[in-house]
Design a protein around this ligand. Structure first.
Ligand code: HEM
Ligand code: HEM
Length: 468
């Protein structure tokens, strides 16, 4: 028999999680500032000093997205959720804090080395080898702490917890992917494949897989649907897991579909069709979350608004992804602004909106839903929506124009798409305003948190059946 309304203390967990969540917003503003510089460089290269080069800044943009903004926020969610699933406080607050501070040191080191011109030239994995070792060390601290917590709470592990399975496997996948992609000295085609192994699995295996696990935990709570039975059909969540596990790894090959890629046709077909197969898990997860939202017993509020947008962008992202994996479409869209649009739809539209949703939700639980301003939150929602669509739509159109002009002179193509690149700059500023509003709102939470001495609500009334 499971007890109801039991007080559970999660001091370590809440303390560490709130640090990560409160600071991630800062890096998001950095991402946008660098993004705007890049966008300006592509339309007015003449106004920049030679010392500021596009390649280095682009790498800083990517590393700030991957580690500063999205991973920091995901780590926060992990530190909040996993201890609550196994009903055991985080084993070590010290290690959690060490993880937090090392992240800042590592990000600063990455930025400085990239500005100094130390760059591997491997897209999404530009930092040099000695920083790779630091990243592995940081990951070990994170994963060790999470696993030790799960082991300590092993007697409380629920029989069926898609949130736990998705999150733990995603964190493990992150580590394996990083080791595999950085420390095996392959050359030639295999090295090329390895570059994409990191990028593809970081965005799909870490960001997407994690967000799905986090939503499996957060959305039932947000909608008041956690109950005795799992709020979603077991069969479908198992099928979701299986489909993701089958389709994600081989679909890395969709990055090497273009004609010049030195990969034989068999593997290109594999990449093509496993990518189309990704539509199976896409629609299963969409359906599961949609049913939860439809049956919600509570008003969804600000976090719910972000959840709805996340799900819409998720489907758009995956349908677009599957479409561009069909080879004759890929021949048209590859290496054009269309792909840049897809990347922003994925990481800004889908993943970042998901992060906004759970960050508002978790911080609301810690410091009260009135610790942030719902009015500012709504301004943030609409400005980021307009800013993002204002970048995504012109990039998609520019990509289609580029595709139709293959073989023509570079400068002719650039002149033709210039109005769209200018539009990106304008809406980039709107996006920056949105992120600044978000940071201001988070700052408001920090002020509320100061009043409690940064002590998140350490005693929560938790219904045990509701934990997952
Ligand atoms: C103010 C907002 C932003 C602007 C103006 C902006 C602009 C840019 C520009 C100009 C590039 C280089 C494109 C190229 O190489 O042709 C880029 C790349 C990229 N940005 Fe942003 N960005 C912004 C925000 C973001 C955010 C918030 C994310 C993710 C959360 C993000 C993720 C990426 C990714 C993944 C790429 C690599 C795209 C690719 O390789 O195809 N950006 N961005
Ligand atoms: C059904 C799911 C998806 C499919 C089939 C798919 C397919 C693709 C394809 C074919 C490309 C390469 C385009 C080219 O270079 O011609 C690509 C690029 C990319 N995808 Fe996806 N995608 C999917 C979902 C996602 C998700 C969920 C994310 C992130 C959360 C994501 C992030 C990216 C990024 C960042 C790139 C740019 C890589 C670069 O710099 O070239 N995609 N995707």
């Amino acid at each position: 028999m499971i007890a109801n309304n039991v007080d559970v203390r999660y001091e370590n967990s809440s303390n560490v999680a709130s640090k990560f969540l409160l600071t991630s917003a800062f890096y998001l503003v950095v991402v946008a500032i660098v993004g705007i510089l890049l966008a300006l460089m592509l339309v007015r290269p003449d106004i920049f000093p030679n010392s500021l080069n596009f390649i280095g800044l682009r790498a800083i943009h990517l590393q700030a997205v991957i580690f500063g903004w999205l991973s920091m926020a995901l780590f926060g969610a992990y530190y909040h959720i996993i201890p609550r699933i196994v009903k055991t406080d985080l084993v070590s607050r010290k290690l959690g804090n060490l993880h937090y501070y090392l992240m800042h040191v590592a990000i600063a080191a990455v930025v400085v080395t990239l500005l100094m011109g130390q760059n591997t030239g491997r897209e999404y994995n530009e930092p040099v080898w000695y920083l790779n070792i630091v990243v592995v060390f940081i990951w070990l601290i994170f994963f060790g702490n999470i696993m030790a917590t799960i082991i300590k709470g092993r007697n409380n592990i629920p029989k069926f917890s898609p949130a736990l399975i998705f999150m733990v496997l995603s964190a493990l996948y992150l580590g394996i992917n990083y080791l595999w992609s950085n420390f095996i000295p392959w050359t030639g085609v295999l090295q090329n494949l390895n570059v994409w192994t990191w990028a593809h699995n970081a965005v799909n295996g870490w960001f997407m897989f994690s967000i799905q696990g986090i939503f499996y935990y957060v959305v039932p709570k947000m909608t008041g649907l956690e109950g005795k039975d799992s709020p979603y059909p077991h069969f479908l969540t198992k099928l979701h897991f299986l489909a993701v596990a089958i389709f994600i790894p081989p679909s890395v090959l969709h990055h090497l579909l273009y004609n010049e890629a030195p990969v034989n046709n068999f593997w290109k077909y594999m990449g093509e069709w496993t990518s189309v197969g990704m539509l199976i898990p896409t629609f299963i997860w969409f359906y599961i979350i949609l049913v939860l939202l439809r049956n919600s017993k509570k008003p969804l509020g600000l976090p719910g608004k972000f959840v709805v947008a996340t799900m819409i962008f998720y489907v758009m992202n995956c349908v677009q992804g599957s479409l561009q994996s069909i080879r004759f479409v890929n021949d048209y869209t590859h290496a054009t602004q269309w792909v840049v649009g897809h990347a922003h739809l994925a990481l800004l539209g889908f993943i970042s909106f998901g992060v906004f949703a759970f960050t508002y939700w978790i911080l609301g639980r810690y410091y009260g839903a009135d610790s942030y301003s719902v009015k500012l939150g709504n301004i943030h929602f609409w400005t980021v929506l307009v800013g993002f669509l204002g970048m995504f739509i012109p990039l998609t159109i520019a990509g289609l124009i580029e595709g139709s002009m293959r073989g023509e002179e570079f400068y002719t193509i650039r002149e033709t798409i210039l109005p769209y690149l200018n539009t990106r700059v304008v809406f980039g500023f709107v996006t920056l305003i949105a992120f600044t509003v978000y940071l201001m709102n988070i700052w408001k939470v920090i002020t509320a948190a100061r009043a409690t001495g940064f002590k998140p609500q350490s005693t929560e009334i938790t219904t045990y059946e509701n934990v997952n």
